[in-house]
Design a binder for this molecule. Structure first.
Ligand SMILES: [Zn+2]
Length: 230
């Protein structure tokens, strides 16, 4: 079932480990087949270097396992909340990559200090509100998804394809799971650059909005002209 999507999700999970974004088993990638109403996700607690496509778990949009002998990632409910709210996305990546997690733990958004950031994220990467005691006690993973969705009221998830969950780490998404892996890689680099920028100059300010839009819009949207036509 869903063999092509399984291959993409396996590659994504292997890549987040290979790129140093996910250590131990602290990370997971998934993809959705919207026509079938099914999600393919990493199994819980399985090492990246021994994982095979057959280990991946297929669930429906309520989280019921449709195919697979292993338990799905414990973060499944967060992924499902994102797929439900953000209809244009096809893949989700969650990692505890070092510098993005540093910003999440400080509960600080990542300001757009330069064009590397602006090429991928149209503004500061937002941070969620902390979860309440009740939200932690019951339906924790689903509530993590809900707090992300609440933070994105008024934001376009394809123009801001990442979030920092307060005191936790990042979730990143894209039109495909492969795109989400690329964005997770860039997010970590941008978070590292921003950390060093504020270390060097605590008064550093964000780029001008004109420069932000120039860089974002030359790569994304109807008027994009960066790279080769597809
Ligand atoms: Zn996590």
């Amino acid at each position: 079932m869903l063999s092509a999507l399984r291959a993409q999700v396996l590659t994504a999970n292997v890549e987040i480990a290979r790129r140093g974004l996910a250590r131990q088993t602290f990370g997971n990638a998934s993809a959705i087949d919207r026509a079938a109403g099914l999600v393919v996700i990493k199994p819980s607690g399985v090492a990246y270097d021994t994982m095979s496509a057959g280990d991946l778990v297929v669930t429906d949009l309520r989280g019921n396992v449709v195919e697979g002998g292993l338990r799905p990632s414990s973060d499944l409910a967060t992924h499902l909340a994102l797929y439900e709210a953000f209809g244009a996305i096809g893949g989700v990546v969650h990692t505890h990559s070092h510098f993005a997690t540093v910003w999440a733990q400080a509960r600080r958004e990542i300001p757009c200090f330069g064009t590397t950031h602006a090429d991928y994220f149209r503004g500061a990467v937002p941070v969620t509100a902390p979860l309440t005691s009740e939200e932690i006690a019951t339906d924790y993973e689903a509530n993590t998804g809900r707090t992300i969705v609440r933070r994105f009221a008024g934001l376009d998830p394809l123009q801001m394809p990442a979030v920092l969950v307060a005191s936790h780490a990042s979730f990143v998404w894209g039109e495909t799971v492969g795109a989400a892996v690329e964005t997770a890689t860039v997010l970590e680099e941008v978070a590292r650059m921003a950390f060093h920028t504020v270390t060097l100059d605590s008064g550093a300010t964000s780029v001008r909005s004109e420069l932000l839009d120039k860089h974002f819009l030359r790569k994304h949207g109807a008027a994009a002209y960066y790279g080769q036509p597809r």
